[in-house]
Ligand binder design. Structure first.
Ligand code: ADP
Length: 266
């Protein structure tokens, strides 16, 4: 039935038989589609009014000399909160675009070292008041299949998180390495680390380890959800190892079938 969606499982049944179990998930997937559409539409509709509010707030806050200090402070705070809301909405839109993406990864190739060098410029700017030592270790010569905008957003989320959540003066290393079975991307920091019990939940939407502290860093809690979806779309998976007091490593692998071209080894 073309109108229905089924999930199948095959199990052994006795010595000689297999059992095929088909579960009708039509309703579940319809609801999931509705949720995705709803989030995408609401985010889109919220964008315009917020842009208008923020524009006027900036004008009002800009006329600072004529305002008493309390009013001026109030305008600045309102303006910073609307900007937070704007970036939250942008993240929600990115997430729903990736969820809805039917773009085929095997039709495009990405030069990851070139892309990572661009992210490095933004990372250096973000690092200005943090004073971390950030080093990029990039193997050249391999192009992978993938969607550049998606991979850029995944890698920059991991790199910016390391910068934001590591106490000032930390060390952050970014690796793009050709391995014997494929390629590997990793971001290593020597920040506070994350307790084991949080690790499996980090990629859930809006999940944050320390709500108060995360709010101060201005993130939306959607960053790692975006990373998870991008990697799903690219046949990979986010992995995290972390030791409290020592730091964290966020990484993922692409196996050999994701390699589009490889320079001959000289
Ligand atoms: P956010 O917008 O809060 O940064 P993310 O989904 O990117 O959302 O991250 C979820 C949570 O994971 C963060 O709020 C933070 O508590 C934790 N986290 C992410 N990266 C790191 C890191 N490198 N070191 C420590 N904690 C991290």
């Amino acid at each position: 039935n073309p109108q229905k969606t089924f999930e199948y499982r095959i199990m052994p049944y006795g010595e000689e038989h297999l059992l095929l179990i088909a579960r009708d998930v039509t309703r579940v997937s319809q609801l999931e589609e509705m949720r995705k559409d709803f989030v995408a539409n609401v985010s889109h509709e919220l964008r315009t009014p917020l842009t208008v509010i923020n524009g006027y707030l900036e004008i009002l806050a800009g006329n600072g000399e004529e305002l008493d200090p309390l009013t001026q402070k109030a305008f600045l705070e309102m303006s910073s909160q609307t900007q937070r809301m704007q970036s939250l909405i942008e993240d929600l839109l990115v997430l729903s675009r990736i969820e809805a993406s039917s773009e085929r990864i095997y039709e495009n190739t990405v030069d990851m070292p070139a892309m990572l060098r661009q992210i490095k410029l933004e990372a250096d700017a973000l690092n200005k008041d943090k004073g971390h030592t950030i080093a990029f270790h990039l193997d050249e010569g391999v192009k992978i299949y993938g969607i550049e905008t998606e991979l850029r957003s995944a890698c920059s989320n991991l790199i910016f998180n390391a910068i934001n959540y590591t106490p000032p003066g930390g060390h952050i290393d970014v690796y793009w390495s050709v391995t014997k079975d494929g390629v590997k991307f990793a971001v290593k920091d020597d920040g506070d680390g994350i307790e084991q019990r949080h690790l499996s939940r980090l990629t859930e939407r809006f999940y944050r380890v320390d709500k108060a502290r995360s709010r101060k860093t201005g993130g939306s809690g959607l960053g790692l959800s975006i990373v998870k979806h991008v990697l799903n779309h690219h046949n990979s998976q986010l992995q995290i190892t972390s030791v409290v007091g020592e730091g964290s490593v966020f990484f993922f692998n692409f196996d050999a079938e994701m390699i589009a071209s490889q320079d001959p080894v000289l």
